[in-house]
Design a protein around this ligand. Structure first.
Ligand SMILES: Nc1ncnc2c1ncn2[C@@H]1O[C@H](COP(=O)(O)OP(=O)(O)O)[C@@H](O)[C@H]1O
Ligand SMILES: [Mg+2]
Length: 253
C-alpha cells in the first residue's frame, strides 16, 4: 500500500467517524496531545509525550510496571497534577487554571484510590456528601442523594458508621459512592482493588463495571492485575512514561 492510499483511507475514515483534528479536543471525552510531566526532584520524566484518547463510556485499563507513570497519567487526566508540556482536553476544553480544573473535576470526574482517601473521622454518608458541597443546592438534597448512593453500593446499613469502623471493601464502596456524587462522565480508579483480598476485589470490580454501565460513565482503571485488564475493552500499556502498546479486547459491554 502506498503512502497516499494510506492517507486517503485514513482521511476518509476520519470524515466518516468525524474524528477531530489533532488541534481540537472535541469529540473524545479525554484527549492527551503530546503530554509530558517531569518531576523537578531528580528530573524524573514520569510521562513523556503521551498522546491518547478516551471515548465516552469507554472501559479502559492502564497497565505497566511500578514507576511507569500510571498514577501520574491519571492525575494529569483530572488536573490533580499539571503537564509541563502538551495539552490535556476534557470534554472538548483544555482547562488552563486550577480553578477551571477544580470546577470540571467536581462536576465531571469521579476518582477512586487504592488507599480509599476517605476522611476517617466522618461517617460514610458525610464522606459521600462532601463533593456535593457547593454543587447540590440544599442540605436536604445532599442527604437524600448520599443515602441513595450508599444504597446503590449496598451500604445503606453503614451510612452512619465512621470510616474507621468499616472494612476495606466497605470503605472502597463508600469511595465509589463518593465518586458518583455529582454524576461524573468518567471514573478514574487507581489500583482500586490493590488493598483488598481477592474475593472483595472481585466484588469491587463488578460494582465499578456495573456503575459504569448504569451511569453511562467511562471507566479508566490503573491495574497490575491481568484479570482486571482482560475485562476492559481497551488496554493501554505504559513503560517508562510512554505508551508502548494498546490492545482492543472487545466492544464495550
Ligand atoms: N512527586 C513526585 N516527585 C518526584 N518523582 C515522582 C513523584 N511522583 C512520582 N514520581 C516518580 O515518577 C515516576 C512515575 O510514578 P507513578 O506515576 O507514581 O508510577 P506508577 O503509578 O506507574 O507506579 C516514578 O519514577 C516515581 O518515582
Ligand atoms: Mg501508581
Amino acid at each position: 500500500m502506498t503512502d497516499s492510499t494510506e492517507d486517503d483511507r485514513v482521511n476518509a475514515s476520519r470524515q466518516a467517524e468525524s474524528i477531530p483534528s489533532p488541534e481540537s479536543g472535541s469529540g473524545a471525552l479525554i484527549r492527551f496531545d503530546r503530554v509530558s510531566r517531569t518531576y523537578p526532584r531528580g528530573q524524573v520524566r514520569a510521562i513523556r509525550e503521551v498522546s491518547l484518547q478516551i471515548e465516552l463510556e469507554e472501559y479502559v485499563a492502564v497497565t505497566g510496571p511500578s514507576g511507569s507513570g500510571k498514577s501520574t497519567l491519571l492525575y494529569l487526566a483530572c488536573g490533580l497534577d499539571r503537564a509541563d508540556a502538551g495539552t490535556v482536553w476534557l470534554d472538548g476544553t483544555a482547562p488552563k487554571s486550577t480553578a477551571e480544573w477544580t470546577r470540571l473535576r467536581s462536576t465531571r470526574i469521579g476518582f477512586v484510590f487504592q488507599t480509599f482517601q476517605l476522611i476517617a473521622g466522618l461517617t460514610a454518608a458525610e464522606n459521600v456528601e462532601l463533593p456535593m458541597l457547593g454543587v447540590a443546592t440544599s442540605e436536604k438534597k445532599r442527604r437524600k442523594r448520599a443515602a441513595a448512593l450508599l444504597e446503590r453500593v449496598g451500604l445503606s446499613d453503614r451510612a452512619k458508621h465512621r470510616i474507621a469502623e468499616l472494612s476495606g471493601g466497605e470503605a472502597q464502596r463508600v469511595a465509589i459512592a463518593r465518586a458518583l456524587a455529582n454524576s461524573p462522565s468518567v471514573i478514574f480508579a487507581d489500583e482500586p482493588t490493590g488493598n483488598l483480598d481477592s474475593h472483595t476485589a472481585r466484588e469491587i470490580l463488578s460494582l465499578l463495571e456495573d456503575v459504569r454501565k448504569n451511569e453511562k460513565a467511562a471507566l479508566v482503571i490503573v491495574t497490575h492485575d491481568d484479570l482486571i485488564a482482560e475485562r476492559a475493552s481497551r488496554v493501554i500499556h505504559l513503560w517508562d512514561g510512554q505508551v508502548v502498546g494498546e490492545e482492543l479486547r472487545r466492544e464495550p459491554a
